[in-house]
Structures are given as C-alpha cells and as structure tokens.
Design a binder for this molecule. Structure first.
Ligand code: F6P
Length: 362
C-alpha cells in the first residue's frame, strides 16, 4: 500500500441531509494523513465523463457541513452496468469497464461510495471488477441493513414531526382529520418516529397491514372523548390488510424502481366515507429530504466520513461503515445489500405508541 493515497468520493441515489458533512469529514481526515481527495460529480456518471472531476481540499469544503443536498450532485438513474443507449429507447448497455479504466488511469486507490442500497450494490459490483471501495450508508428511510441508523433519517423525522405539529393546530381549528403521507419506501421508520413524536392518533406502516375500520374506530373514540380532530400518519409503503401498495406511474426517465405514493388520499377518502368526518390529505414528499441536517445527523455523518478514512488507513476494502453504537465498524458490503431493515413490530417504540393509545390499524 502507498503512503500517500488518492481517494475518489461520490454520492449516489436520492440525497439526504448530511451528505456534505460526510464529504467534509472524508476530505479533512484524508488531508490530515497527507492523502488527496477527488470529488466525482453526479454519482457514478462522473467516472464515465471525468471532465468535471475536481480536487477536494480543506479550503473547498470549508463551511459546507450545515448545508443540505450534496456539493457533488447525485442521481438515482446512474447505474453504469445499465446505461440507457442514446437514441434507442428501452436499450441498455454495460459501461462499467469505462469506470474501471478511468479509475486506474487517474491513479485512484480507493472509491468512497456514499449511497443507499442501489449505490452500494453498484459499488460491490465495481469492487468485483477490481475497484477497491469503502461504502458509507445513506438514506433518509433508515432501512439499510447492518447499521443502526443512517444520517438524514433524524432530519427527515424532525421535518415530518414539525409538519405534524403545524397540521395539528389547523386540524383542531377545523375539526378535521389530517392524513399525512411520509416517505420510507418499504419500511415505516419515518412514519413511526414522527407519528410517535407528533402525537398522531394512528400510524400506518408497511410492517403492520392495516384495517381501515380500526383506524376509523380510533377516530370515533376521539369524538367520544371530545377531541374532534385527528392526525393519521401513513408511510408511503403502508398497505391495507390483503391489499397492495399504492404506486404511481413510472416517470419516463429510465428508472426501473417502483415509485410509491398516493395511499394518504385513499385513506382520507375512506375515513370520510365511513365516519362522515371532514378530512384532508397531504404528501410531505421531498421536503423530508431537504434542509440543513440536524445536529445528530451532522455528527453521525462526520463520524461516518472520518471512520471511512480510518478504515481505509487500516487496510479495509470492500466494506461499508456501520454505526453500531458506541462504535463505527466495518461490515462486508455483500452482507448488507438487498436486505431491508424493517421496523420490528414488537419494538419498544411500537409498544410505547400502543401505550399512548396510538392505533396501527391492526
Ligand atoms: O429512498 C429515499 C426516497 O426519498 C424514498 O423515501 C422515496 O420513495 C424515494 O426516495 C423518492 O425518490 P425520487 O427522489 O426519485 O422521487
């Protein structure tokens, strides 16, 4: 191993508050060791067209920690193993060889891949083609296996909880039920943590298929006790018992992933139909991905970035940094990809909600 390493770093998949803090920590920790860091633009695309690649120096990253988004840009359509062929709709080709060639030509030693399941799966495939990688897990959904928490999740939960607080006052004034859809894909972490913190009346998550009658019963109980308004938090992946997830038509952008969304509107319509209560639904959407990271997320992201460099210095390759409090540890990437970390239905937070009288529609 050379003493003076040359590190490449990219951010892939949907953005999450804290990405800039990871970039900052990687840059600072690497420079302290006398290493070089290069920022790859737009996920893996910046290793196909390397024209915008730029050195990351302490001066360049100074002041970026409080900012949401990523100074490197990102995309969730950037799989180099499955690139759309220009001018031939529906045709794809494998361009990963170009990445391997460019990585070697530019003299990089390790790629720090900051991303979710999709980006880490690509990182693993690149490692099999000879690119040494260290992954940093990222997603607001908190559904990545192997790590207790991902950065971005705490900020998303704070944003959702703040929205619930605000919606409570208007719901109470109008004696309405507000049905709020939050992100999370196939896991209910954001819905559960924001719903518990925001005193929701019902929380519907993918891990607990719901019965709309049970949700309505909870609303009726409110009325009996003189509370004439309510808040229902619905995870985008929540499903009625025996039903299916609500999906939207795929965007015409070459993405193969299912796009979730629309369940809140359906739940609100059913509540009105069955209880006669006036309801409104809203989808918090990408608000949850934006804004300045919370203090917790900043620190977690800084710890992920610094740990990535420490692991590289110790000789680790083809691993993901995992948060296993109180430590940051290395786990093999194949152990964590394609596994969804779901909310355990007997978790203490679920039990706490049940003790508070919050319904899961079960
Ligand atoms: O995985 C993060 C996430 O925000 C999910 O919660 C959501 O389903 C999805 O990404 C939205 O993706 P896009 O930004 O492509 O709309």
């Amino acid at each position: 191993m050379t003493d003076r390493l040359r590190i490449a770093i990219n951010t892939g998949g949907g953005d999450a508050p804290g990405l800039n803090a990871v970039i900052y920590a990687v840059t600072m920790a690497a420079h302290r060791r006398g290493w070089e860091v290069y920022g790859i633009q737009s996920g893996y695309a910046g290793l196909l067209d390397t024209s915008k690649m730029a050195p990351l120096t302490p001066e360049r990253v100074s002041g970026i920690v409080p900012y949401g988004g990523t100074i490197l840009g990102t995309t969730n359509r950037g799989d180099p193993f499955h690139r759309p062929v220009p001018g031939v709709p529906g045709e794809f080709r494998d361009e990963s060889g170009v990445i391997v060639e460019n990585f070697r030509r530019l003299g990089f030693d390790v790629l720090v891949a900051v991303g979710g399941d999709g980006s880490l799966s690509i990182a693993h495939k690149l490692s099999q083609k000879g690119i040494p990688v260290v992954g940093v897990p990222k997603t607001i959904d908190n559904d990545l296996a192997g790590t207790l928490q991902t950065f971005g999740f705490d900020t998303a939960v704070s944003t959702a909880t703040d929205a619930l607080d605000k919606l409570g006052s208007t719901a109470a004034s109008h004696e309405r039920v507000m049905v709020v859809e939050v992100m999370g894909r196939y896991a209910g972490w954001i819905a559960l943590n924001s719903g518990a913190s925001g005193s929701a009346d019902a929380i519907l998550i993918p891990e607990v298929p719901f019965e709309i009658d049970k949700v309505c019963a909870r609303i009726a109980e409110n009325e009996r006790h003189g509370k004439r308004w309510g808040i229902v938090v619905v995870a985008e992946g929540a499903t009625p018992k025996g039903g299916a997830m609500v999906t939207r038509a795929p965007a015409a952008d070459g993405r193969t992933e299912v796009i979730l969304g629309g369940i809140a509107e359906q739940v609100a319509a059913e509540i009105t139909r069955r209880t006669g209560k006036e309801t409104r639904s809203l989808v918090l959407g990408h608000l949850q991905r934006g804004g300045s990271p919370t203090t917790f997320d900043r620190l977690l992201a800084l710890r992920f970035g610094a740990a990535a460099i420490r692991l590289i210095a110790e000789g680790h390759r083809n691993v993901m940094v995992a948060f296993r409090p109180p430590e940051m540890v290395a786990v093999p990437i194949p152990d964590v990809i394609s596994k969804t970390k779901k909310v355990p239905v007997d978790s203490d937070t679920i039990l706490t909600c049940r003790d508070m009288g919050i319904s899961f529609g079960d």
